[in-house]
Design a binder for this molecule. Structure first.
Ligand SMILES: Nc1ncnc2c1ncn2[C@@H]1O[C@H](COP(=O)(O)OP(=O)(O)OP(=O)(O)O)[C@@H](O)[C@H]1O
Ligand SMILES: [Mg+2]
Length: 212
């Protein structure tokens, strides 16, 4: 079982959106996925309650119970646990970082967001944690230089998952209906990007040795 945590000190960068959509894409690829929601906002839990999917459950868990919850999930033969978190400096997020095999730091390609992601990445590095950045809500092609600048700044600190995720209406629809973008419009570009993202992530997870 591998555990990934979406973390960022910046709110609204897409942690919950990406955690839920990636969970669906991973499930479609054959993973046994469980989402743990450590955020008091409980957006992922609410998404899960709209979904009613016995094969993709979402549960809120207090940080003190996270290690026990992960042990229990590995005994239930889960292959992937995705942890959604609040902002970086909360004890809940620190618990998620400690438990994760890999942390994903989403960032919008805008200056303040990139600065915040750099800080998050540096903190994870100091903690000795494996992490990757993920550009989210990227603008249309004509603004490619903005994405390029964000990318270059983040690559100084760590590596980036591919592809970068564009801003698309399908993500809003997915949140509203308790779906993943791969279910909202399976043949659409957002769906393909999410499947490709899972491919890149699963390649990176493969060498990570975990118990359970
Ligand atoms: N790729 C995308 N395209 C369009 N909208 C997006 C995308 N990613 C996220 N959003 C929207 O941006 C907003 C913030 O996303 P989300 O709630 O997932 O961020 P978050 O990091 O979990 O926020 P918080 O820190 O408050 O938990 C939401 O309205 C979401 O629907
Ligand atoms: Mg959230």
């Amino acid at each position: 079982m591998r555990t990934i945590a979406f973390v960022s000190q910046k709110g609204g960068c897409g942690k919950t959106t990406l955690a839920t959509c990636l969970a669906v894409a991973a499930k479609e690829a054959g993973e046994h996925v469980f989402i743990l929601d450590l955020d008091c906002q409980k957006s992922a839990v609410r998404w899960g309650s709209k979904r009613h999917d016995p094969h993709l459950l979402v549960e809120a868990v207090p940080s003190a119970r996270l290690p026990a919850a992960l042990t229990a999930l590995s005994k239930r033969n889960m292959s992937l646990v995705i942890v959604d978190t609040p902002h970086l400096d909360s004890p809940r997020t620190l618990a998620a970082i400690k438990a994760a095999d890999l942390c994903i730091v989403p960032a919008r390609p805008a200056t303040f967001d990139i600065w915040a992601a750099e800080v998050t990445g540096r903190k994870l590095k100091l903690m000795g944690k494996e992490f990757v950045f993920l550009l989210n809500q990227c603008p249309p092609l004509r603004e490619a230089s903005r994405v390029q600048k964000g990318l270059a700044a983040l690559e100084v600190v760590g590596s980036l998952l591919r592809p970068h995720i564009a801003a698309r209406v399908g993500f809003l629809e997915a949140a509203r209906t308790g779906k993943g973008v791969t279910e909202v419009d399976p043949k659409g570009t957002a769906a393909q990007e999410m499947r490709d993202l899972w491919m890149d992530l699963s390649r990176r997870l493969r060498p990570i040795q975990t118990c359970g």
